[in-house]
Design a protein around this ligand. Structure first.
Ligand SMILES: Cc1ncc(COP(=O)(O)O)c(C=O)c1O
Length: 399
């Protein structure tokens, strides 16, 4: 079947909630993808920050196959050996504390929101149920996470939102100071806003917010669904800012493409999820955990994260070099291998041209290009991506 035939079938039988490129991939290998018409692509989107170790990583494939051959699912009524091991590794590699597993990013945030409210209620502070989030944030599509998401366009037509969420203006510590009051149980923050186009908080914002939370006994929830698992050159982006959150949410790259989400909370907070308080049928599924174990072992191996930082710098330096030759690149930002290129022009046509040339890059927020290559990307692939990126930029704007 060709790309076109598959696209027709999708349109005929699936709801129209996704805007899809007219391409269907059959196979992947590292940072490369191959479509149904036999065309090869260099993938700097990685399933939106999911293919952390690249497509079809042999160790991940082997672990998935071995686990699938022995046991796929048993439920959380029983102990699951590989799940226990992944929880141990994840806790060790992040903030310490205890882990809850689910299946996606939005579910991880739902769980974090519920945990924060329950923690407050357990302390007799039933009036402190409010979650403060930030304008421009993205936390997911289910009602709790959606209500926390600071982008009204995602709420349109789905109201009313869940009560008890307050969104503060981006980068405004005075507003945050006022919002974090006796009714607040938690402050929810992406260390770097991903979906809106890799937006960095002003210097000291995250650190100061963390201090305000600590002083007021308000929980700090870091949504590291996009920034976590080594993406920014540290296991958590929070670490790069010197912040230790009370609760961390993870998903996306945690199982290199299998559906797994996780919440890590410090022990005293995690204790609020007692028996029966929250759960998930599939959460922490053995096959997903088998993949996550390989991801964790790989990302925590000596030197791996230093390489991510080095490669991130190579990519950013290359983009800055291109920017130096042009008038339409307004800014280059990000950390590790999560990079946003802000342009003075619409970026969708650029992403379309790149795709036609065999390069996958994400256009977001109208005028940003987002680069999220696998952490295993090679120097040669970075250099090739830079040439393909420059080739996709409009000719007429070259200065
Ligand atoms: C920061 C952040 N939080 C939450 C989510 C939602 O994750 P999922 O699509 O797995 O529900 C995303 C997805 O883009 C995200 O980037």
């Amino acid at each position: 079947m060709s790309n076109a035939t598959i696209a027709e079938m999708t349109a005929a039988h699936q709801m129209g909630n996704y805007t899809r490129f007219p391409v269907a991939f059959l196979r992947g290998d590292g940072a490369r993808l191959f479509d149904a018409d036999g065309k090869e692509y260099l993938d700097f989107l990685g399933g939106i920050a999911v293919a952390l170790l690249g497509h079809a990583h042999p160790d991940v494939t082997r672990a998935i196959a071995a686990q699938a051959a022995s046991l796929v699912h048993v439920s959380n009524l029983f102990h699951v050996p590989v799940q226990s091991e992944v929880a141990r590794l994840l806790s060790l590699a992040t903030t310490g504390g205890k882990v809850f597993f689910c299946n996606s990013g939005t579910e991880a945030n739902e769980a974090a929101i519920k945990l924060a409210r329950k923690w407050s209620a357990d302390r007799g502070r039933t009036e402190a149920f409010e979650i403060v989030a930030i304008d421009g944030s993205f936390h997911g599509r289910t009602y709790g996470s959606l209500s926390a998401t600071g982008q009204p366009k995602f709420h349109e037509g789905f109201g009313p939102m869940v009560p008890g969420f307050r969104v503060v203006p981006f980068g405004d510590l005075t507003a945050l100071d006022a919002a974090l009051n006796g009714n607040t149980c938690a402050f929810l923050i992406e260390p770097m806003q991903g979906e809106i186009g890799v937006r960095m908080h002003p210097p000291e914002y995250f650190e100061t917010a963390a201090r305000l939370c600590r002083e007021r006994e308000i929980l700090l929830i870091a949504d590291e669904i996009q920034t976590g698992m080594g993406r920014t050159g540290a296991m958590l982006a929070s670490k790069r800012f010197g912040v230790t959150p009370d609760i961390v949410t993870l998903a996306k790259g945690i199982a290199n493409g299998l559906p797994l989400g996780a919440v890590v909370a410090r022990d005293e907070v995690a204790a609020s999820f007692g028996p029966g308080s929250h759960g998930s049928t599939f959460g922490g599924n053995p096959v997903c955990c088998a993949a996550a174990k390989v991801v964790l072992e790989t990302v925590t191996a000596p030197g791996f994260l230093a390489e991510v930082r080095r490669k991130g710098e190579r990519l950013v330096d290359g983009v800055r070099e291109i920017a130096g030759r042009r008038a339409d690149i307004v800014g280059v930002r990000g950390m590790g291998l999560m990079i946003g290129i802000e342009m003075a022009i619409e970026t969708k046509p650029i992403a379309n041209r790149a795709l036609a040339n065999g390069f996958i890059v994400n256009a977001c927020s109208g005028n940003v290009l987002r680069l999220l290559p696998p952490l295993t990307v090679t120097d040669a692939e970075i250099d090739r991506a830079l040439s393909l990126l420059e080739a996709a930029l409009p000719e007429e704007r070259r200065s």
